[in-house]
Design a protein around this ligand. Structure first.
Ligand code: ZN
Length: 344
C-alpha cells in the first residue's frame, strides 16, 4: 500500500510501505476514505532531524472497516468509522473517566511502529475502544465536519472546557489555525458572550467572525495584551484558549486572563518550562489542558454536526489526493492553506 512518510524537516514522501494487516485479536483493518494534515504535523515538518527509517504520518482519518480480529465486537466489516487521534481500549481507569489520551493500553498513530492516517489503510489497535461508527455514507456532504471530530473540533472543545467557558463569560482565543477556529465554535456553543480572536491572517479572521468571534486582535506580545485589556474593561478574559504552543503565544494567553480566570492549553508546547509562574500565581489563574480526549467528545459533538448546528468542516480550504500530500504540507506551512483534506 502507499502512505506518507516524513524523513526530516521539509522532507515528506508518499511511498510504498508494507500492507496494513490485523495482528492482535482486538485489531481492525480500516481502508482510509478521508484524512487530513494537522497543524501539529508542521512541528516535525519544521524541526525533525533526518532519520533513515522515517516516520509514518497522519492521525486524523475516516475509513471503511475491511476486517476485524476475533475479539472485536462494536464494529464490523463494511462500517464507516472515524478514529480519534489517539487509540484507546475504552475500559481502563482513565478511559472510563473520559481521558482516553492517557489510556493504559493506548497510544498514538504513526511513527516507526504503527500505520498513520495519511495512507491507504491503517491497522487499528483496540478497535472496540477506538472506533466510532458513522451513520452516513462515505461521501456524505458532512464528511469535512465529521473529519474534524477526529481532532481539531474536539481539541477546540477541550480548550474551551479546560478554560471553563460558560454562559456570559468573556473568552479569548490565541491562534487562528484550525484548532483556534474550532475553539471559537466551541466557545460560542458553550455560551460565551464575547469572543476575542487573536490572529492576523485575513482569511482565518473572516472565518472566525462567521464562527462567532466578536472582536479581533491582530497585535502581538505586550500590544496584544494591552488591546485585550482595553476590550474587557481593563480586567482581562475569564477564559483563554491557547491554540498555538509557542512560548510567546503562551505568555500572551497567560497575560490576558483576568484574576481567577482559566487558560486551556491545547497547542503542543514548543517550550520546556511554563512561563509567567509568578504573575499567574498572584492572580489565581487556573492553567489546564493537554491532549484532548476527542474519543470522549465524539458522542457529544456528533449530533451537532449531523444536525448542522456547527460546521467545523469549513476550516478545510484545500482538498488533495494522496500524491498531493507533500505539497499540502508545504501549503499549510506557508500559511497558504488553513487545513488540507486528503480524499482517497
Ligand atoms: Zn484505556
Amino acid at each position: 500500500m502507499r502512505a506518507t512518510v516524513m524523513y526530516g524537516a521539509g522532507d515528506v514522501r508518499v511511498e510504498t510501505v508494507p500492507d496494513a494487516r490485523i495482528v492482535e485479536r482486538t485489531d481492525a483493518l480500516v481502508t482510509v476514505t478521508r484524512a487530513c494534515i494537522c497543524g501539529s504535523d508542521l512541528w516535525p515538518y519544521q524541526k525533525m532531524k533526518h532519520r533513515e527509517t522515517g516516520n509514518r504520518m497522519g492521525h486524523e482519518f475516516i475509513g471503511i472497516v475491511d476486517a476485524v480480529g476475533a475479539d472485536v465486537r462494536t464494529v464490523k466489516k463494511g462500517d464507516l468509522v472515524m478514529a480519534p487521534f489517539a487509540w484507546s481500549d475504552g475500559t481502563c481507569e482513565f478511559c472510563r473517566k473520559g481521558l482516553q489520551t492517557s489510556c493504559l493500553h493506548g497510544g498514538w498513530w504513526g511513527g516507526t511502529t504503527l500505520d498513520g492516517g495519511q495512507g491507504e489503510a491503517v491497522r487499528i489497535p483496540q478497535a472496540d475502544g477506538t472506533l466510532v461508527v458513522l451513520p452516513v455514507g462515505r461521501d456524505h456532504t458532512l464528511m469535512p465536519s465529521l473529519l474534524t471530530l477526529t481532532d481539531v473540533m474536539g481539541t477546540g472543545h477541550h480548550a474551551a472546557l479546560s478554560a471553563k467557558v460558560g454562559p456570559g463569560k468573556i473568552t479569548a482565543v490565541v491562534g487562528d489555525g484550525a484548532v483556534g477556529l474550532c475553539g471559537v465554535i466551541a466557545a460560542r456553543r458553550l455560551g460565551a458572550e464575547q469572543i476575542i480572536m487573536l490572529g492576523r491572517h485575513a482569511d482565518r479572521i473572516a472565518l472566525a467572525r462567521e464562527f462567532g468571534a466578536t472582536d479581533i486582535v491582530s497585535e502581538r506580545g505586550d500590544a496584544a495584551i494591552e488591546r485585550v485589556r482595553d476590550l474587557t474593561g481593563g480586567l482581562g478574559a475569564h477564559s483563554v484558549l491557547e491554540c498555538v504552543g509557542h512560548r510567546e503565544s503562551t505568555i500572551t494567553a497567560l497575560g490576558i486572563a483576568r484574576p481567577g480566570g482559566a487558560v486551556g492549553r491545547v497547542g503542543v508546547p514548543q517550550y520546556e518550562d511554563m512561563p509567567a509562574a509568578i504573575p499567574t500565581f498572584f492572580a489565581n489563574i487556573t492553567i489546564a489542558g493537554g491532549p484532548a480526549p476527542v474519543r470522549a467528545y465524539m458522542a457529544e459533538l456528533l449530533p451537532d454536526v449531523l444536525e448542522g448546528r456547527i460546521q467545523p468542516g469549513r476550516v478545510f480550504d484545500r482538498i488533495t489526493n494522496l500524491d498531493g500530500v507533500p505539497d499540502g504540507y508545504r501549503a499549510m506551512n506557508a500559511r497558504e492553506a488553513i487545513k488540507v483534506m486528503i480524499k482517497f
